[in-house]
Design a protein around this ligand. Structure first.
Ligand SMILES: Cc1ncc(COP(=O)(O)O)c(C=O)c1O
Length: 408
């Protein structure tokens, strides 16, 4: 007898929907489409030769260890190194506060597994990272959102929301995905002060912090926490910090980390054991050797230069080819910018026509957990060359102008 798999699925899978947008985005992967839709780093900046040389040496010198099972918490020297870096940034982090994850996406999933009960309300930015919404949907998260402007999350209504005690706040303080916006220092300080007063945790997803190519670096939220008490397990604050090697080394090695109080790390370790036992030993040792040899630090300026050039190419092309009543953000780093069309325009419809013209982006609705954003779009500038960016934005500008005159 044929099995009807859809009748076998667990109830939570009903919340894992694949949207019309996702179906449309599959078309953007066709080879001749200029895609501003993905969130891919530029492959040209991967340090392939250094990774190759270090991998070879690693396998020669410590092959059996690199190929063996290892601790769920992660490769200790790498955890120590990340703890040191966080401490230098101002948070009193020890090795017990660090869990290595298989990408920060796994960090999001593990936090959902450990913290989110069906019906829990989370406070998120609007727009916010779609991957977090996907990670937490099966656990039954619901959302309350606050809007953002050029200084990041707008906090005017924060206290009113905190009084309703959301389970935690999810925030991307630097060059946010999708908007490219950065939370100002004053708002960081107020956010930490208010959440400390109310005792509401913050999940700080800081995937892009190192990709600043303009302006001054701002302190991370975790570094602004004033510890109420300290013990020999180090950091005890209310900010959970997520980091990743995906944007500064390579996303294919699937390596991220969580910094959190040791008690929470122990629970996350139990959750991770059920998921994948541990993150691959080989890539953890590789990342450790790359950082220790200084290859990651010396590589970051190259990434920043390439992305700055591409952002500038996109900003210039937008000014030249987009209709005058479209606005967009001017990110000081990261990989994305965010365009807002006139109210009456629908970016999902525009995508349908854009794909015919072989250019793509992600419609803004996908990033709004409570609806809205129909007239917005996310544009990725890290993955296409400046020439392709110019060509793609020209085509997109033509589609926008056509749709505007058809609507008149
Ligand atoms: C804000 C944010 N968080 C998490 C991730 C997941 O990254 P990874 O799992 O590669 O570390 C991404 C990827 O684009 C992201 O933009």
């Amino acid at each position: 007898m044929q099995i009807r798999w859809d009748q076998q699925y667990a109830q939570r899978t009903s919340r894992m929907s694949s949207s019309a947008i996702r179906e449309l985005l599959k078309l953007t992967e066709l080879p001749d489409v200029i895609s501003f839709a993905g969130g891919l780093p530029a492959p040209e900046v991967f340090p392939v030769e250094k990774i190759s040389a270090i991998s070879q040496r690693l396998l020669q010198e410590a092959g059996p260890q690199a190929l063996q099972y290892s601790a769920t918490e992660g490769y200790r020297p790498l955890r120590e190194l990340l703890a040191q870096a966080a401490s230098q940034d101002g948070a009193p982090v020890t090795v017990d506060n660090v869990l290595i994850t298989s990408g920060s996406q796994q960090g999001l999933d593990l936090l959902g597994k450990v913290l989110v009960d069906e019906g829990d309300t989370l406070l998120a930015e609007s727009p916010t990272y779609m991957g977090a919404l996907q990670a937490w949907a099966p656990y039954g998260a619901s959302y309350v959102t606050l809007p953002s402007d050029d200084d990041g999350l707008v906090l005017d209504d924060l206290e009113a929301v905190l009084q309703k005690r959301p389970k935690f706040i999810y925030i991307l303080p630097n060059f946010q995905n999708p908007s490219g916006r950065t939370l100002s220092l004053a708002r960081r300080q107020y956010l930490i002060e208010a959440t400390t007063r109310y005792g509401i945790p913050i999940v700080e997803d800081d995937a892009y912090a190192r990709l600043r190519f303009e302006g001054d670096q701002l302190p991370s939220l975790i570094s602004l926490v004033v510890q109420q008490s300290s013990d020999d397990t180090g950091y005890t604050g209310h900010v959970i910090h997520l980091g990743t090697f995906s944007k500064i080394l390579s996303p294919g090695i699937r390596l991220g980390w969580i910094i959190a109080p040791a008690q929470l790390i122990s629970k996350l370790v139990q959750a991770k054991q059920g998921t994948d036992l541990h993150t691959p030993t080989l890539t953890q040792m590789l990342a450790y050797e790359m950082v220790r040899a200084g290859h990651v630090e010396e590589h970051i300026p190259l990434i920043r230069n390439v992305y700055r050039t591409r952002r500038d190419a996109m900003l210039a092309a937008l000014s030249e080819h987009f209709p005058a009543d479209v606005t967009w953000t001017h990110p000081q780093g990261g990989m994305f910018l965010w365009a807002t069309l006139p109210e009456e325009m629908d970016s999902s419809k525009i995508l349908e026509e854009a794909v015919q013209e072989k250019v793509a982006f992600v419609p803004g609705v996908a990033f709004h957990p409570c609806g809205g954003g129909e007239n917005t779009m996310r544009l990725n500038f890290s993955n296409a060359s400046p020439e392709k960016i110019h060509e793609g934005i020209t085509r997109l500008g033509q589609v926008l102008s056509r749709q505007k005159s058809a609507a008149r």
